[in-house]
Design a protein around this ligand. Structure first.
Ligand code: UDX
Ligand code: ADP
Length: 470
């Protein structure tokens, strides 16, 4: 089938940028991104491209080029579904917060609602593409809903799995020049193979065919979870060694460099940090653990769960290190946070280490003053409130948000670097030092600052994974 009209359900961090790139690269295809969140759609349609709801370098330019031409953002979900030949499902699949599988399994209610909506509305054959990360075998659930509800008997559906591998902050680069595109489908039937071919042809507008991998649905679904689990495992592995480095006097960056030069290991994803965050790693591993447990594979489940446990330990360890260094009490002390996003170049804060470090410090009655170049004040309070540790009022009293980093650090006892924003390296650190209480402590949770220079200014520094030299 030659695709002329695409609909994407979910205008979030995945759906928005992915569809913008498809629209830019395929001007012959009309792409409509729909969402039930009116505010989000309004922001995607804002004439001021700085107000797009997702911050990603390069995204504004692409949206500016394609929007109104063949890229549309709308809240008319039914209409867009019915008009489309191909429907991407890009809605959120958070970890369940209730019932069976609470805290582990993915909550598929949004996906199921989408499937039911498609089944109800569709009057012609559709290819339905899973874009959200989903537990293995979700495609079969979607298929069953589509085939057994609404017009299911008359209308034919093909289900594809096309997991997204983009990383936030580099989403546009990753979409334009992906390492691979993975498409899973029903390879046992000609209809299934035709559907796969239709999606391959879309990507082939800008991706080499050799990089477009086709598999059966289950392999595709499991590959997505596995890729994220492997990446997160590398971060937890290097983070576990950061603690040992601090005790022994080794420097984790030197260790990472030394092992990364072994081409079998490779140098990427070995940056020790205060802990990984983001919407995917923890959720996907928990998912993997849940699936393994549900098949009775206890050892497999325990093995992967350890990646999460190590990450939780790393975040807690960082907070406790701040407390013990500040003479075992931070009560009433001001600690400035540089960064709140889970990584640089994004305004996304989901599972950001900063939230958990803040939570530990607020428990010790510290006063936290935050500066982040892209995260909005309200988002930080929402993140803390979501933890349910203390009242909303207490969170607002304990945490103050600043628009200026120098203000955030005024009179602070310590600065903690929680996100690796490039701009932090360009600050006038002498000026920051002069404004702080003495001794002025600095905790670099991202290993981005030049500690020797800072120590020369007078800071008492902690860099993650760096022990004292002989
Ligand atoms: C990840 C995957 O990389 C991507 O392929 C998938 O589609 C979605 O999940 P993302 O969560 O956007 O992408 O960001 P990523 O760059 O993977 O970083 C995740 C977290 O790990 C961040 O908090 C980052 O700071 C941390 N990290 C990453 C480290 O602490 N050290 C590293 O060496 C790399
Ligand atoms: P991701 O990082 O996976 O893109 P987001 O939370 O950023 O996740 O985006 C998912 C989007 O999907 C949200 O904007 C949400 O409003 C939207 N959404 C969820 N369910 C539906 C639905 N049934 N119909 C339309 N949009 C939906």
């Amino acid at each position: 089938m030659k695709i002329k009209n695409i609909c994407c359900i979910g205008a979030g961090y995945v759906g928005g940028p992915t569809m913008a790139v498809i629209a830019q690269k395929c001007p012959h295809i009309q792409v409509t991104v729909v969402d039930i969140n009116e505010k989000r759609i309004e922001a995607w349609n804002d004439s001021n491209l700085e107000k797009l709801p997702v911050y990603e370098p390069g995204l504004d330019k692409i949206v500016g080029e394609a929007r109104g031409r063949n890229l549309f953002f709308s809240t008319h979900v039914d209409q867009a579904i019915d008009q489309a030949d191909m429907i991407f499902i890009s809605v959120n699949t958070p970890t369940k917060t209730y019932g069976k599988g609470k805290g582990m399994a993915a909550d598929l209610k949004y996906i199921e609602l989408c499937a039911r909506q498609i089944a109800r509305v569709a009057t012609s054959d559709k290819i339905v593409v899973e874009k959200s990360t989903l537990p293995v075998r979700t495609a079969s659930a979607i298929k069953s809903i589509l085939d057994n509800t609404g017009n299911g008997s008359k209308v034919k559906f093909q289900i594809l799995s096309n997991p997204e591998f983009l990383a936030e902050g580099t989403a546009i680069e990753d979409l334009l020049d992906p390492d691979r595109v993975l498409i899973g489908g029903d390879t046992s039937t000609s209809e299934g193979n035709d559907a796969i071919e239709s999606l391959v042809n879309i990507y082939a507008n800008w991706v080499n065919k050799e990089q477009i991998l086709t598999t059966n649905v289950w392999s595709s679904e499991l590959s997505k979870l596995t890729a994220n689990a492997f990446l997160a495992q590398r971060v937890s592995s290097i983070n576990s060694l950061s603690e040992l480095c601090e005790k022994t006097g080794a420097d984790v960056n030197e260790v990472a460099k030394a092992i990364g030069m072994d081409s079998r290991i490779g140098s990427k994803f070995l940056k020790s940090s205060v802990g990984f965050g983001g919407s995917c790693f923890q959720k996907d591993i928990l998912n993997l653990v849940y699936i393994a447990k549900s098949y009775g594979l206890t050892e497999v489940a325990d093995y992967w769960e350890q990646v999460i446990l190590m990450n939780d330990h790393q975040k807690r360890r960082f907070a406790h290190h701040i407390i013990s260094t500040l003479f075992n009490t931070v009560s009433g002390k001001k600690i400035a946070f540089l960064g709140w996003a889970f990584k640089k170049d994004t305004n996304d804060t989901r599972e950001s280490a900063a939230i958990y470090v803040a939570d530990e410090l607020l428990n010790e009655q510290s006063q936290i003053d935050v500066y982040d170049p892209k995260v909005e004040e309200q988002q930080m309070y929402t993140d803390l409130d979501y933890l349910n540790t203390r009242s909303s009022k207490d969170n607002r009293e304990g945490l103050t948000v600043h628009q200026d980093p120098y203000r955030a650090c005024e009179n602070a006892h310590a600065i903690a670097v929680l996100t690796e924003w490039d701009e932090f390296k360009t600050y006038d650190w002498q000026k920051l030092y002069d404004r702080m209480q003495k001794p002025a402590f600095l905790f670099d949770g991202r290993g981005i600052l030049n500690i020797e220079e800072l120590e020369n200014i007078g800071f008492v520094c902690y860099k993650i994974g760096k022990g004292k030299d002989l």
